[in-house]
Write a protein that binds this ligand. Structure first.
Ligand SMILES: Cc1cc2nc3c(=O)[nH]c(=O)nc-3n(C[C@H](O)[C@H](O)[C@H](O)COP(=O)(O)O)c2cc1C
Length: 217
């Protein structure tokens, strides 16, 4: 009898654990891959914004934003909306939201929760980073470039990752221009403080961050 009760409790505990972990992830709605402003108009309106309201993006906007930046546009070939050097695709896009830090999984179109802390303030040195809806943090996984944990990392090892991030960031700029949202790409990131909060491994390197939100009128 005692054994049965223990087994029952173990099942209840593991089920609730499983549900609570998966419940914290965000399954995004399918991205809307049509519409928006014409490309030339979006280019004409692209700009950096540094003043945001506290409004959040809708889940549809979040899905569309991330797909525009770094989603798969040729899923059968596992290729994306932005190019990457030798198609290594070493850039991971982390999303710092008020509800926590998430990692974007383009294939399953979901945000996997890394932790439940609001680390937006830590994503930059300018006041608006803590106010805006979200900060994207672009992280190069040098493991995909055959760097082992603990291997020394030179600035020159990161050249392609900076270029690859630039393409993603420009896609985000154009999506924001098209959706009347605001954003700014930022090199001002306190990487030494942010990396441990994000739980990054030694061969994961923060490249840049990009603040996104609803612009103040
Ligand atoms: C690599 C890079 C790093 C940047 N870092 C910052 C930053 O830390 N903070 C900031 O407010 N803007 C930053 N910017 C945005 C530039 O200041 C901005 O693009 C420039 O002033 C031109 O304005 P525009 O984007 O509206 O055309 C950065 C831009 C780039 C390309």
């Amino acid at each position: 009898m005692k054994k049965r009760i223990l087994i029952f409790m173990a099942i209840v505990f593991s089920t609730s654990l499983f549900i609570s972990i998966s419940a914290q992830d965000i399954a995004l709605p399918a991205p809307n891959k049509t519409g928006g402003k014409p490309l030339m108009q979006a280019l004409n309106e692209r700009q950096s914004t540094r003043s945001f309201t506290k409004d959040n993006l809708t889940q549809q906007q979040l899905s569309d934003l991330l797909w525009a930046g770094w989603g798969f546009n040729r899923s059968d070939q596992k290729k994306r909306t932005a190019p990457s050097s030798m198609n290594v695709q070493e850039i991971d896009v982390y999303v710092a939201l008020p509800t926590g830090l998430y990692l974007y999984f383009a294939e399953s179109n979901m945000l996997k929760q890394i932790n439940n802390k609001d680390i937006r303030k830590l994503c930059g040195t300018q006041d608006f980073v803590a106010e805006a809806a979200l900060n994207l943090v672009y992280v190069a996984d040098l493991g995909k470039l055959k760097k082992k944990e603990g291997d020394p990392i030179k600035e020159s090892d990161l050249l392609s990752s900076y270029a690859n991030t630039g393409f993603i960031a420009q896609n985000i700029y154009l999506y924001c221009a098209s959706e009347n949202l605001g954003c700014v790409i930022r090199g001002s990131v306190p990487k030494d403080k942010l990396a441990p909060e994000m739980g990054l491994r030694p061969n994961q390197v923060i490249i840049l961050s990009q603040t996104v939100g609803v612009p103040k009128k």
